[in-house]
Design a binder for this molecule. Sequence first.
Ligand code: S3P
Length: 432
Amino acid sequence: MNDSLTLRPASRLQGTLRVPGDKSISHRALMLGALAEGETIIQGLLPGEDPISTARCLRALGAEITEINSTEVRVRGTGLGQLKEASDILDAGNSGTTLRLMMGILASQPGLFSTLTGDHSLRSRPMGRVSNPLSQMGAQIWGRQGGKYAPLAILGQSLKPFHYHSPIASAQVKSAVLLAGLLTPGQTLVTEPARSRDHSERMLRAFGAKVYTDESLTVAVEGPAQLVGQTVIVPGDISSAAFWLVAASILPGSELLLENVGINPTRTGILEVLQAMGADIQQLNPREQAGEPVADLRVRSAQLRGTTMGGSLIPRLVDEIPVLAVAALAAEGKTIIRDAEELRVKESDRLAVMAQELRKLGAQIQEHPDGLEIQGPQQLTGASVSPHTDHRVAMSLAVASLLARGETTLENPECARVSYPDFWTTLNQLIL
Ligand code: S3P
């Protein structure tokens, strides 16, 4: 693909499609498959760059991962505590989930020495949020600025069980601690201030670990665990579906059917907010697939109105906020996004970058330390914009460009490959 892409306004979107596999579930399926005894088959794996980074790290640690086809793989695990030392630096690329979850796995296997790094974005993202709780369990982790930033070095230890009260609702932090608890005798617990996505808990249980959850915000895992290979069917990623849900909502006359989308309640904040904004979205054929709820989503265009989102809703739609900012530009009235300071430490500072790039398209946006305020509707005008190497920013700006008057030039469109390799091809197919 070229260094930049020209995007033109669209009148409407129409069609039926399947979004690629859920990124969070894809990472976890590869990791648990690698740690389990026996064979794991993963169907519907996201063939994006982030899961490819996870697979690369796990292969270097002794797991056999073979492609059956582009979205189906076979993993032959090593068994818990049996990873072999990697002979080189493990590279997590752009993927925070890879780096943070691997920290929990690697820190808890006694004697295993590992070094980890990532791309420029990942090396500037905070790792202290994971190295702190792991260190309190007895982990030995070194990194820049006292273990706060990658590159990191880890010498695996026999850890002690621990109850971690996390100051942030983060599935990556929670999962890293729970994964470290697999080899740690006794109960390892994590309490969060709000519920984050629970894919790790669901999948650990399916692989045979004892995981305790209830209505409270505490999760526990019992170690030492034994994991046995499984068949995992990965649903479509609701975070990828979000671009189409917003695009079809705001382009009059649009109608899309998105088949096989994961609707895990810890991820469906986007549906609730769009519905509160007046969107016309129907959940069809709800079903359960390998422990995760799935449905087909039909979206038809509708006049949206502004809304306010914050509090415990934010972790349930944290990755969808960039595209919700675009929805707010098309909505009548004011949209307020608050309690979203976590966006500042994603693949880019998504609050600053979205405000900056949407302003290039003529938008008026107020940026606050923890969110955005947008008065709609606003007319956008095509311009040259940059995704700052952030896949979700690239795709959100593409949705904005469909509404703009004139042409938009997007730099570095291929960064979308991190979570949605076919995004640009699909966009072309849906535009009428
Ligand atoms: C993820 C958790 C979220 C999310 C990220 C994937 C996961 O990050 O933003 O895209 O797979 O656990 P945080 O845990 O940092 O909120």
